[in-house]
Each structure stands twice: as structure tokens, then as C-alpha cells.
Design a protein around this ligand. Structure first.
Ligand code: FBP
Length: 545
């Protein structure tokens, strides 16, 4: 296989790991915390997880550890959207497994959770692992979005594990996949199957975090990749001084990616979905806000600028959120047709009125196939183009009234897939390798229903804290498809937090001045300050801890 020079060098990179992970297993012991409670809905969740509810948080410390010599066959699954660093989780898991006993085996289930259901796997060998170290992508075993959630599927998982003598499953996924990991762990316990299930927090979206999980892996690299591109566009805009760029950024619902990129690049405008929802803003309010900045800049002779749009914006605008909710309902019914005329004859008057105001392309995009969770696929909805079209109309009106004399030449961009498989930054390489290695420590010590957790991430990797967080403690009940389901609570941007606070303090200045910053590309080799810095989000979240 031909590989690039960068890949060849990255294969040799040795991820930095916390001190505790450098110890021999016999020198690592478990420190137990108190029993835990779920986020809310305690009684209901306790009932749903009779065997795995209330487990204590744990931390790995230096001390006399368990020296057992059991053979471990572990199955690993990559679940959901790609995120830089996934391969390193598998590499860390493999290295720990082989360090414990060279006869241990790692089964890589192919194509996501469906791999275990179809019993499709490869045995991961040193040669395979060595050719993927510190690389982006999930192509080592591929990913998929099949959900593991029914009893019938769990039965198949049990049979497949028994067939191969698999004693543990590691699921690398986001909030939904880790919720299902917890349900699978509970199922195995209820059957006395002696198979443990451990999750690892993955998603570029950055919304799988809480007071125990500081960040999901992939967020760091994806944001740095998008910020490089935004910075390049800002410099282009500042050079030619003739275009307004509207850049939609991935992140499904939460606006963490847009916010982090705004902090890294200081654009003229960045919309934050959570704020729009809280202020109950209409689409026309957002158009007014952006147009106002365009007019003000044009009065200073600046007929150009940058506007960041979070992918999930459309679902945060209350009237559109309501419309999407009703569309999901209509389209999920048997015999439903995804045509404009069909939905119009089934929508309520209010939602129909909103739907009819949208440009034809957006109407069609709102009717596209739902994802396996029944959600509208926001990555396919071109909100940036919707905004451009409405803003152009507004500016033409203002021009007719003599209130705008500038020139508006917009360009639209969508950055999503560009960042999901980038070479992981040093941070993601180190963090992911540690998560995988630590997952094996949890397995070795007999834990199940836990998320591999590495904390204190703003400190040097030497001082990162390794342990496990019971998944049930992150859960609450939410309505999904009309049913109340236990799920890991998604973390949205906190409007009273430091990260949004910093942005809010500065955005008016950034809107009118040219305070652009140009982060440049991710650096893998060189001075600490550019190779090992974490995200602004982590930095600001930790300031007042
Ligand atoms: P995960 O939540 O599975 O990590 O995926 C997140 C994401 O990258 C979103 O940002 C995006 O909206 C979505 O996946 C796109 O999904 P797909 O890969 O199926 O097009």
C-alpha cells in the first residue's frame, strides 16, 4: 500500500499516556467512589437497570493490582459517524490486551453494530494495527448506524459472543450507541452471561460530555480542521474584499463546533442554536440580525464578511422545530408519501403556513429520508443557502428604501465530512489511545456498563486521571417516537457557561472590526504551544473549576 510521508511519520508517533497507564497491570489498583444515581428519573431508570444501576465511579491508582491470568477475547465495534482518533482507541485496546497476554484476541466487528449481528469480523493482528496507528478514519473495520436495541438483537449478540468465546465488547460511539451499550450490559448481566460491555465517548459534535466526561474524542481535530479552512476563507475575504461567506458547520444539534470554531477564528457572525431557541427567535429575526451587520459593515466600506451557521440551527428555530416535529410524525406513518402535496394536505394550518414560506429546495430537503433514529438529516439541509436567499431579499428591500448602498455577493460552504477523518491531532491521538488502553483495564478488573473515562484533560497527559463512569449515571428519560426511553443526556451549549460567555463578550466587536485570526493547519511536530494545545472550549470550561 502506498502511504503519504505524513502517514509514514504518524505511524511512528508514540501517543503520550497518563503516568498510571505506564505501570504494569500488577501495580494498578481500583479506587472505588460512592454509589451513583442517574441524572434524573432515578426510580424509573433503577427499574430498567436492576443489575447495573447505581454502580460506583472508579479511578485507577498506583497500588497492588489484580494479577489474574484469564484469557480475554474482546470484540470491538465502531458505531455512528466517523471521528478522528477511532483507530487509536482500537490500537490502545489492542496493546493493553496483548500486554496482558499475547494469546488474548481482538475481534473487529465490521461495518458497525451490524457486524456483530451478521457475525462479520476480522481478527486484529499486530500488522493490521501497526498500519493504522495515529491515522484518521474508521476504515480499519468501518462504521455503521444500525442500532443495537431489541431483545432479539441482544440474543444474537449473546450467541455470537459465545461462539467465539468473547468475554467483552467495547462499543466506540456517541450518546445513543453508549445508551445501547448500557442496555446490552444489563441484558448480559440479567442472563448471567459473564460478558462485559464498555463504551468509549466518540463524536465530533462534542455533545457527549458532562461533569464526568470532559470531551468526546474527535471534537478537537474536527474543530481544528474546520478552523483552518475558515481562517483561510477569512484571509481570502480580507484580501479580495468582495464576498460574504456563509459557512455551515457539522454538529447535528448542539452548536459546540460552531462556537469552538468562532473562538478560534473570530468571524463577523456566528449563530448559536441554543441561544436562538432560548430567545424564541424567528427566522426573520435571524435574517434581520445578520442583515444589520452586513449594512453596518458596508457603511464602513466593508462589503465582505464571514458568517458561521451551526448545522442544527433549523431545529432550534421554534417555528421550524415544530414543523419538523410534525413532518417526522407524518412521514413515519405507513403509506406516507414524501411529496410536497402529500405533506401539505396533512400538516396543521400553522405548520403548513411556515412550510409554504420556505424555498422549494429547502422544502424538498425537509422531506428527505430520516436517519435510523427517525431524525431529519440536518447535514442534508442547506440552511446557509436558505439564509442567503432570505438575506438577499431583505437587502434588496433595504436598498429600495435607500437604507443600504452596499454590494452583497454571497458564497455558501458546508464543512462536515472534511473534518471527520482528518489525521487526529496529538491531543486526539493521545486521548484516544488512552481511552482504548483504559477500556481494557476496566475489562480486566471485571467492570461492565461503564464508559472509559480519562479526565483532567487540560493538564499535561502525565496527570490525566483514568477510570470508569457508570453509564446509567448519565441517563434520564426522554420521549423518543412517542415512547419514554432511557438515554444519555445530550450536552447542549450552556448559555450561562464560560465558553458562550467569552463569545458573547466579544462578538459585537468581531462583527464590525476585522479581528480575524488564522489558526493554520494542525501541527503534529514542533513546539508544544502549537502541537499540544487543546480546544478553547476545554480551556475556558476549566478556568473556574
Ligand atoms: P455521531 O453523532 O454518530 O458521532 O455523528 C455525528 C455527525 O457527524 C453529525 O455531525 C452529522 O450531522 C451526522 O453525523 C452525519 O451523519 P452521516 O454520516 O450519516 O451522514
Amino acid at each position: 500500500m502506498n502511504i503519504s510521508n505524513l502517514q509514514a511519520e504518524r505511524l511512528k508517533y508514540m501517543p503520550k499516556v497518563p503516568k498510571i497507564l505506564k505501570e504494569n497491570f500488577s501495580n494498578i489498583c481500583v479506587q472505588y467512589g460512592n454509589k451513583t444515581e442517574s441524572k434524573s428519573d432515578t426510580e424509573a431508570i433503577k427499574k430498567l437497570f436492576p443489575n447495573t444501576y447505581g454502580l460506583p465511579e472508579i479511578i485507577f491508582k498506583k497500588g497492588k493490582g489484580d494479577d489474574e491470568k484469564n484469557i480475554h477475547n474482546v470484540g470491538v465495534i465502531l458505531s455512528g459517524g466517523q471521528a478522528p482518533g477511532g483507530h487509536n482507541v482500537i490500537c490502545g485496546l489492542f496493546d493493553a490486551l496483548k500486554k496482558a497476554d499475547n494469546n488474548n484476541k481482538l475481534y473487529g466487528f465490521l461495518g458497525g453494530p451490524s457486524g456483530i449481528l451478521d457475525d462479520k469480523y476480522i481478527i486484529l493482528t499486530k500488522d493490521i494495527i501497526d498500519s493504522y496507528r495515529n491515522t484518521g478514519g474508521f476504515d480499519m473495520i468501518q462504521s455503521g448506524r444500525t442500532k443495537l436495541e431489541t431483545e432479539e438483537q441482544f440474543d444474537i449478540c449473546l450467541k455470537v459472543c459465545k461462539k467465539h468465546d468473547i468475554t467483552s465488547i467495547v462499543i466506540i460511539g456517541g450518546d445513543d450507541s453508549n445508551t445501547n451499550a448500557a442496555i446490552l450490559a444489563e441484558y448480559f448481566k440479567s442472563k448471567n452471561a459473564n460478558i462485559s460491555v464498555i463504551g468509549c465517548p466518540k463524536t465530533i459534535d462534542g455533545d457527549l460530555k458532562n461533569d464526568k466526561i470532559e470531551t468526546s474524542f474527535g471534537f478537537d481535530t474536527a474543530c481544528k480542521t474546520y478552523s483552518e479552512l475558515i481562517g483561510n476563507i477569512q484571509r481570502d475575504a480580507n484580501s479580495s474584499r468582495k464576498y460574504w461567506h456563509f459557512i455551515r458547520l457539522m454538529g447535528r444539534s448542539a452548536s459546540h463546533i460552531a462556537l469552538e470554531c468562532a473562538l478560534q477564528t473570530q468571524p463577523n457572525i456566528c449563530l448559536i442554536g441554543e441561544e436562538i431557541f432560548e430567545k424564541n427567535l424567528k427566522l426573520s429575526d435571524i435574517v434581520d440580525y445578520i442583515s444589520d451587520i452586513i449594512v453596518k459593515r458596508s457603511e464602513k466600506g466593508l462589503n465582505y464578511g464571514i458568517c458561521l451557521v451551526p448545522e442544527g440551527l433549523i431545529e432550534f428555530i421554534p417555528s421550524l422545530n415544530h414543523l419538523i416535529y410534525e413532518l417526522n410524525d407524518i412521514l413515519s406513518k405507513d403509506g406516507a408519501e414524501s411529496t410536497i402535496s402529500y405533506v401539505c394536505s396533512n400538516l396543521s394550518d400553522t405548520d403548513k403556513a411556515v412550510f409554504l414560506t420556505l424555498p422549494e429546495e429547502i422544502k424538498k430537503q425537509l422531506l428527505m429520508e430520516r436517519d435510523p433514529h427517525g431524525n431529519v438529516q440536518v447535514s442534508l439541509i442547506e440552511t446557509e443557502k436558505l439564509l442567503i436567499s432570505l438575506i438577499s431579499d431583505k437587502l434588496n428591500n433595504l436598498k429600495e428604501q435607500g437604507k443600504y448602498k452596499g454590494k452583497f455577493v454571497p458564497h455558501s460552504h458546508f464543512f462536515g465530512y472534511e473534518g471527520r477523518c482528518a489525521f487526529p491531532s496529538n491531543f486526539d491521538s493521545d486521548y484516544c489511545y488512552s481511552l482504548g488502553y483504559n477500556a481494557f483495564l476496566l475489562i480486566k478488573n471485571g467492570f461492565t456498563g461503564y464508559l472509559s473515562s480519562i479526565s483532567n484533560l487540560s493538564d499535561s497527559s502525565d496527570n490525566w486521571i483514568c477510570g470508569g463512569t457508570p453509564i446509567t449515571m448519565m441517563m434520564n428519560l426522554e420521549q423518543r417516537h412517542g415512547k419514554s426511553k432511557p438515554v444519555i443526556k445530550k450536552a447542549l451549549v450552556e448559555l450561562d457557561g464560560n465558553v458562550f460567555g467569552f463569545f458573547k463578550e466579544n462578538r459585537d466587536k468581531w462583527a464590525i472590526n476585522n479581528d480575524y485570526t488564522y489558526p493554520g493547519s494542525i501541527q503534529y511536530f514542533g513546539p508544544d504551544i502549537i502541537c499540544n494545545a487543546t480546544t478553547k472550549t476545554l480551556e475556558l470550561e476549566n478556568i473556574h473549576k
